[in-house]
Write a protein that binds this ligand. Sequence first.
Ligand SMILES: O=C[C@H](O)[C@H](O)[C@H](O)COP(=O)(O)O
Length: 248
Amino acid sequence: MAPLPFSSPPQAILTQDELKKIAAYKAVEFVQSGMVLGLGTGSKAKHAVTRIGELLHQGKLTNIIGIPTSKMTHELASSVGIPLSDLDSHPIVDLAIDGADEVDPYMNLVKGRGGSLLREKMIEGACKKFVVIVDESKLVEHIGGSGLAMPVEIVPFCWKFTVERLRLLFDEAGCVARLRMDRESGEPFVTDNKNYIIDLYFEQDIGDLMVASDAILRLPGVVEHGMFLGMATTLIVAGGLGVRVKNK
Ligand SMILES: O=C[C@H](O)[C@H](O)[C@H](O)COP(=O)(O)O
């Protein structure tokens, strides 16, 4: 009998977390010594922050300054030895690395499902290069069309009034607006900035994103929303077939 042809070794099946780690490590390849870095928040950013800490420890990166986008990232970055600062002292950020909850084909993002969006938007808006890490499940055709939450950060003062104003704004898109609750305490979820989060859910497309963004930001009581439009410069997508990098 003729010998069987060699087959390539079976590909190891990677867990979601391993995929996230691979993508995060890829993002960290953009980091150079001497940079001021925006440090994102969430499961993917966590791997990137930890990796930067490792490279500093090994002397492969030096003279890095990190600007954390949340209290959680501040704690993690301190624990892995990244020297930290803020936008007041370092208003220009060389590079930021962060995850996202949705990404459309134009690299517009939804962020904030983990509760961090205001500090992320301030810091990532101040950076020269913004590298976003996602897995394939986060890729969407239309922002806001996934049926999942579009977070909006609002002041707690008369929050019910603001919720209704937000809902009415997108009435034609079948919007449902809900105050986010903290699962553990059963109380409203409070952001690092002591605000509340309203999650918007749409039945239909919300149309022009810039128009939607301006309309949300014009409402008194709104602090910021989770649409990050035109901000990402590089997208790293982790999937079953490996890691893809897309530049703007
Ligand atoms: O509020 C959370 C942040 O915007 C996160 O960056 C975003 O939710 C993505 O998080 P993850 O990397 O855990 O999917």
